[in-house]
Design a protein around this ligand. Structure first.
Ligand code: FES
Ligand code: MG
Length: 576
């Protein structure tokens, strides 16, 4: 390393020199047993760890971080591990999405405030990935991602059992087709190891996009959490980030417009989560890359689904790994000219180079561009008087019969209203109706919970109805499915048209025509909106108030307005 390069390291502002402050910085770090040569100008690498027992999906991160640490040391760097808020999907209430932006602030401020030259982002459960990417993008250090990896496949009474099967079993229980005993037994069969949900939910979607955008190394997405090969990957990540610091390979060189376009296409090819639309928008806006929800349609529409994985297909994440993992899909798509193969990756080579030679070992799991699993894929962006700023649907997860549908609205004003009435035998609803849920957007709930897959009313389930059109300003779990229109923007709580839909109104959904309309006249709509009064603010203090006061709408990524953009990584002044 040249002297000039050495001087460029941020950490030397803390650790090099004869001043009292340099003395104190070194002395306090030495207190945990760090030798003198760790202050000789080596890259100092943060290991940003979302380990938490409150986030079971990430609860192997203390072990995994040890392997990252070994890699950093092997490459001549100095590891410095630190915790950040860990928004876990299963336990956090009202929704981990509320804490995504808070976590991103934690990441951003910790990175900038400390003697770090590069960072490894340890990300797993749904929101931890966008939160860490958003925070890191606003700082723009050399950055590499390491994902948690999925749980092993679930197995129930000798058959594969994924989260979609669990949702179906819950519906069977409500319809009287399954017993409590079945349900309890299934519980222990679903989560056979730590790691993220074992289907193509939001966590594995985001891990795949980390890999597709070149922020993670090949195989980042699919190696199971408890497979020894993930520990090897962790070590490689540790080695690589040290080199990235020496090369000056900052995050903006990876997260370019090309990378986001690749992510949108890979999301379509893997049948990825609708949540990716919101998260990628937020990350792009931190990075200063122009990306709108319209891009999801323009860029993703001709990409077929290649992956036969739940919730769109049949298999689970472990099967994906054993079939060759995401490198197979990236290689195939690069060869077909669908991806920007020249996009740079954290490996220091292009995306095409990093994935060349990947071999498909099970064509029933990973189909090809030549023989796709499904032609109709990705996410469709809808417009219309119900959603002038957009709404999202995942056609591959819906009953195709419902993709063009006109029906009578049955409106629920809130989550509580939904729970109170959905299974009431007196509910006036049939299979052709359209269920509407409102006041569940970013400001309204607050935090935009995953309530979009409204439960099908029990009386329809008993008739054998398996899908029905549902519309809301909420999100849905990446593991959910159905003819579900989400992210209606503007949301009801800020006076979007969703706020004034009435029971009995006709609504028309036309996915091919990209329309979602409330079939009333403009004049009638304007009159109803003029008579509408906003609901009381759902928070009066604390972080929730900051969130409600400043969160932007779904089509803008649900970031806090004042967090959009980046402030870089200049070294702040010292207090001493
Ligand atoms: Fe953590 Fe699904 S609950 S990834
Ligand atoms: Mg989820």
């Amino acid at each position: 390393m040249s002297d000039e390069k050495k001087r460029m390291l941020r950490s030397q502002s803390w650790f090099e020199g004869r001043g009292a402050k340099n003395f104190a910085h070194r002395a306090w770090v030495r207190s945990r047993g760090v030798p003198t040569d760790h202050f000789d100008g080596r890259p100092v690498i943060g290991i940003c760890n979302t380990w938490s027992e409150l986030t079971p999906c990430n609860s192997h991160f203390r072990d995994l971080a040890q392997h990252v640490r070994e890699g950093i040391l092997e490459a001549g760097g100095v590891p410095m591990e630190f915790p950040v808020i860990s928004p876990g999907e299963m336990l956090t209430r009202p929704t981990a999405m509320l804490l995504r932006n808070l976590c991103s602030m934690d990441v951003e401020e910790t990175l900038r405030a400390n003697p770090l030259d590069g960072v490894v982002l340890m990300m797993g459960c749904d929101k931890t990935t966008p939160a860490l990417l958003m925070g890191a993008a606003s700082v723009n250090l050399p950055t590499i991602g390491l994902s948690a990896g999925p749980m092993f496949n679930g197995s129930f009474r000798g058959r594969p059992f994924g989260i979609k099967d669990a949702w179906n079993l819950a519906a069977d229980l409500r319809a009287g087709r399954a017993t409590n005993q079945d349900f309890e037994e299934a519980e222990t069969c679903l989560t056979r190891s730590v790691g993220v949900c074992n289907v193509m939910g939001t966590a594995s979607t985001m891990a795949s996009l980390v890999e597709a955008m070149g922020v993670g190394l090949p195989d980042n997405a699919a190696i199971p959490a408890q497979d020894a090969r993930r520990r090897v990957l962790a070590r490689m990540v540790g080695r690589r980030i040290v080199e990235m610091v020496r090369e000056g390979l900052t995050l903006d060189k990876l997260l370019t417009r090309k990378a986001f376009e690749n992510a949108i296409k890979v999301n379509a090819a893997i049948g990825g989560s609708t949540n990716a639309v919101i998260h990628l928008t937020a990350v792009a806006r931190r990075m200063g890359v122009e990306l709108t929800i319209e891009d999801w349609h323009q860029i993703g529409r001709d990409v077929p689904t290649l992956l036969n994985l739940q919730p769109s297909g049949r298999y689970m994440m472990q099967d994906f790994h054993e079939a060759g993992g995401l490198p197979v899909i990236i290689r195939d798509m690069c060869e077909a000219g669908l991806l920007h193969g020249d996009a740079l990756t954290a490996a220091g080579i292009t995306l095409a180079q990093a994935n060349e030679g990947a071999v498909c070992l099970n064509p029933d799991v990973i189909h090809s561009v030549a023989q796709p699993f499904m032609a109709n894929s990705g996410v469709a962006i809808l417009r219309g008087n119900l959603c002038p700023n957009g709404a999202v649907i995942k056609p591959s997860a819906a009953d195709p019969r419902l993709l063009k549908h006109r029906g009578r609205a049955v409106v629920f004003d809130s989550q509580q209203d939904l729970h109170r009435r959905v299974d009431d035998p007196a509910l006036d609803i049939d299979a052709d109706c359209i269920m509407v849920l409102r006041n569940c957007g970013p400001k309204g709930f607050p935090g935009m919970p995953e309530l979009g897959m409204l439960p099908i009313p029990a009386k329809l389930l008993k008739q054998g109805v398996t899908d029905i059109v549902r519309i809301s300003d909420a999100r849905m779990s990446g593991t959910a499915f159905g003819a579900v229109v989400l992210h209606v923007s503007p949301e009801a709580a800020v006076g979007g048209a969703l706020a004034v839909v009435q029971d009995g109104d006709l609504i028309e959904l036309d996915v091919a025509g990209r329309r979602l309309d409330l079939l009333i006249s403009d004049q009638e709509l304007q009159q109803r909106l003029a008579a509408w009064t906003p609901p009381p603010a759902p928070a009066s203090r604390g972080y929730a108030k900051l969130y409600v006061d400043t969160v932007n709408q779904a089509h803008d990524g649900c970031d806090l307005e004042f967090l959009v953009g980046r402030s870089g990584h200049d070294v702040p002044p010292a207090q001493h």
